[in-house]
Design a protein around this ligand. Structure first.
Ligand SMILES: [Fe+2]
Length: 199
């Protein structure tokens, strides 16, 4: 998929400066790990700043690709589909399906609390390899093929909001979910609450 130009849905100096810094980091990095290390302090700054994300991007969505009222809000995406910045809103008690991302990036919690379960594909099935509690300001790198499959659940009485920076157009790429019991994969596209995907 390719757009005509970069799309700043949330067009603010904070988002533009963040994206510019991320692009500079990617350009000079020797590997995704290296880029993540460089991006880390800027991402921490974004998570600590309570003022840059308007309330409308912290709302759940009745009708969404993730189900459970979970909203995937696009904030920014690159013209060539190589980068996206997204807020994922998960209502209290709701959880995402088990899913992958198929691109490296960083994910961090902005509001609320979450439990994350990390899975790995083993012997044709899925194995739970890690489970952790995530608080505001916590963040982690996704570096496929490692740690790319997970499920998150909101554990706080309030909605959780996490910020995703990924090196694809995460709402529009076809990826996978896995059935929690059988471990069967299925094609999956989350979409965005506030933007369409081009066919
Ligand atoms: Fe995810």
């Amino acid at each position: 998929m390719s757009l005509r130009s970069d799309e700043y849905v949330l067009d603010t100096p904070v988002v533009r400066a963040f994206v510019a810094d991320v692009r500079a980091a990617i350009e000079t990095a020797t590997s995704p790990e290296d880029a993540c290390d460089t991006i880390r302090p800027r991402f921490a700054e974004l998570l600590a700043d309570s003022g840059w994300l308007p309330g409308e991007y912290q709302e759940s969505a009745a009708d969404s690709g993730m189900g459970g009222g979970i909203g995937t809000w696009l904030l920014f995406r690159a013209a060539d589909g190589s980068l996206s910045l997204v807020s994922l809103v998960v209502p209290p008690g709701a959880q995402t399906p088990i899913h992958d991302h198929l691109a490296w990036g960083v994910v961090g919690l902005y509001r609320g609390a979450q439990d994350e379960e990390v899975y790995a594909e083993r012997d044709g099935g899925l194995e739970l390899v890690d489970r952790r509690a995530i608080e505001p300001g916590d963040f982690y790198a996704l570096l496929p093929p490692n740690d790319d499959i997970h499920r998150v659940r909101t554990t706080s009485p309030e909605t959780s909001v996490s910020i995703h920076l990924l090196t694809n157009d995460i709402g529009c790429v076809w990826r996978h979910t896995w059935h929690p019991q059988s471990g069967e994969p299925a094609p999956f596209r989350s979409g965005y609450v506030n933007t369409d995907c081009e066919e």
